[in-house]
Design a protein around this ligand. Structure first.
Ligand code: HEM
Length: 518
């Protein structure tokens, strides 16, 4: 009898504790954070806990853009972020909103961003813990997610891998991979099928290129890693629906477990690649034979200096390979995809670029030294990344209160969401032609005539700016030059203009193009 009473008491205590934990995470903590932010003058759409503003965000209908090829509208903010566009009308360009119980400070005002970021070093910024946990199988503790002194160490080791000499060594592989995509297109066209789904084609090819540049893909194990990485991305995106809501991972348990399983399989495959490389480096006395891919370069560096203590551990190298893949292939592929769309509706610019290619490259193959000479192509890339930024937002988490002005702080732990799409489409910053495709605005001005230096952020800002931006510019120019040299193209009548966010900004219904060999 006494035993039964003791068990009943223990169970009651356990369930009371559980209830308290749920109440504490779902109401007490967020209400406290809410009050603290309100005292500091930050407000926004009223949240309801534990869902925050998630319900409203899901309910807000996107404004459908035109689907006709002749009227493709670049005015996309209200269609890709309809809730932010709506909240901006009543709360301005800086406001608070809540993903579940996580407070986010929304910023679309470059002057405010400058004010709060000027005193914060790259290593002192955090990345939202809520996304870190959610995207762990994708990025692990790679450079995109790592913080503090670890970030300094990773960045220090990785930056030299993107040096011009190392990038140069990757060009011929990029040319070969692109050419085999174009041969496939020619085959399709010759068999009477001139419509090519360009988005899928470019993403697959860029994925192959980045897998080769990141970890030196050979056909069998490289393809396996590539397929699993893509599958994990799709799975994770599906399970991303209630980010920030406490215990929400149990709502999508199946998908989360699937992502974890894929993550472990990918880690094991990458690990075996790394172990093989290390072994052959030891056998070859640490020679330079692996220098053509980022992993090889990182291994060389750690091999030479690492005798006294490696700079990146093996599991960190695995995470960096995944980070390069996810951070690098879709962003670059989408920059090319959106360029093809805009060039299809602006044939004059196709002509301009072909003329430039003729002058700079002639009839031979493009090499790394020619890339810098493609000036007009640089303007086009910049303008495309302005209108359709592949990375549509940048996120941070505040580690330690940030003083905004005399009587206002952004409290420690607040997440920050920088709406890059909004700033790139802001009339106040760019003028009345903000939504027009005008590459020439970048002719004499790095910022394209933007009224504020922090109003144009396709590659992020400060110390944490994209480490792969030169690699992506090179890949962009190589792929686009080869496409433009072999084909002219127009938009298929089947194209539906539906730019949407799936981590990156992509055309939801793909990009069917009508290709004509030249
Ligand atoms: C058009 C192509 C690309 C775009 C638009 C892009 C965009 C960005 C942006 C906006 C950030 C800043 C994120 C932040 O501040 O939180 C970033 C960081 C980063 N990107 Fe890229 N990226 C591109 C290509 C690449 C490529 C090709 C690679 C590597 C192969 C790469 C690897 C990274 C890494 C590792 C970081 C983290 C840097 C750090 O936190 O120190 N990116 N990228």
């Amino acid at each position: 009898m006494e035993n039964l009473e003791a068990i009943t008491f223990a169970m009651a205590a356990f369930f009371s504790f559980l209830l308290w934990r749920v109440l504490y995470s779902c109401w007490v903590l967020p209400i406290r954070a809410y009050r603290k932010l309100a005292i500091n003058g930050f407000s926004g759409p009223p949240p309801s806990f534990p869902l925050g503003n998630t319900t409203e965000m899901k309910k807000t209908k996107r404004v459908e853009s035109s689907s006709s090829s002749s009227t493709v509208s670049n005015d996309i903010h209200s269609s890709v972020f309809p809730y932010f566009a709506q909240w901006q009308k009543s709360h301005g360009k800086v406001f608070m909103y809540w993903l579940g119980t996580e407070p986010f400070l929304y910023i679309a005002d470059p002057e405010f961003l400058k004010k709060i970021s000027s005193g914060v070093m790259g290593k002192s910024w955090g990345k939202p813990t809520v996304f870190k946990n959610d995207r762990k199988p994708m990025f692990g503790d790679g450079l995109i997610m790592v913080e503090g002194d670890d970030w300094v160490r990773h960045r220090h080791v990785i930056t030299p891998a993107f040096s011009p000499a190392n990038l140069k060594a990757m060009t011929s592989m990029m040319v070969e991979t692109t050419k085999s995509m174009l041969d496939r297109w020619t085959g399709l066209i010759n068999s009477g099928n001139p419509e090519i789904e360009a988005e899928g084609e470019i993403i697959t090819t860029a994925g192959e290129i980045i897998a080769k540049t990141s970890f030196g893909m050979n056909f069998e194990n490289g393809r396996a890693v590539f397929k699993k990485l893509r599958a994990m991305q799709v799975t994770l995106f599906k399970s991303n629906r209630y980010v920030g809501v406490p215990f929400s991972k149990y709502l999508c348990l199946g998908q989360n477990l699937e992502a974890e399983r894929l993550g472990k399989e990918i880690d094991a495959l990458l690990l075996s690649i790394i172990v093989d490389r290390k072994k052959s480096m030891v056998e070859n006395g640490g020679g330079k034979q692996h220098g053509q891919n980022l992993l090889g370069i990182l291994l060389e560096e750690t091999h030479v200096e690492g005798q006294k203590g490696r700079k990146l551990s093996t599991s960190e190298l695995v995470d960096e390979c995944k980070t390069f893949f996810f951070g690098g292939h879709e962003t670059t592929a989408l920059a090319i995809t959106w360029s093809l769309l805009l060039l299809a509706v602006h044939p004059m610019w196709q002509h301009e670029l072909r003329e430039e290619i003729k002058q700079v490259i002639g009839d031979g193959d493009i090499d790394a030294t020619m890339v810098a000479g493609l000036k007009k192509m640089s303007w086009v890339m910049k303008e495309v990344l302005r209108l359709y930024p592949s990375a549509p937002n940048v996120q941070r988490q505040v580690r330690g209160d940030i003083q905004v002005d005399q009587d206002s702080i952004i409290p420690d732990g607040t997440n920050i969401w920088i709406d890059v799409v909004a700033m790139h489409h802001d009339y106040d910053l760019w003028g009345n032609d903000v939504n027009e495709f005008k590459p020439e605005r970048f002719k004499d001005d790095l910022h394209g005539g933007c009224q504020h230096k922090m109003g144009y952020l396709p590659f992020g800002f400060g110390g944490r700016m994209c480490v792969g931006r030169n690699l992506s510019a090179m890949e962009y120019k190589i792929m686009l030059s080869l496409i433009l040299t072999r084909f002219s193209f127009s938009l298929s009548p089947n194209y539906i203009h539906l730019p949407s966010i799936m981590l990156s900004l992509r055309p939801m219904q793909g990009l069917p193009l009508i290709m004509k060999p030249l």
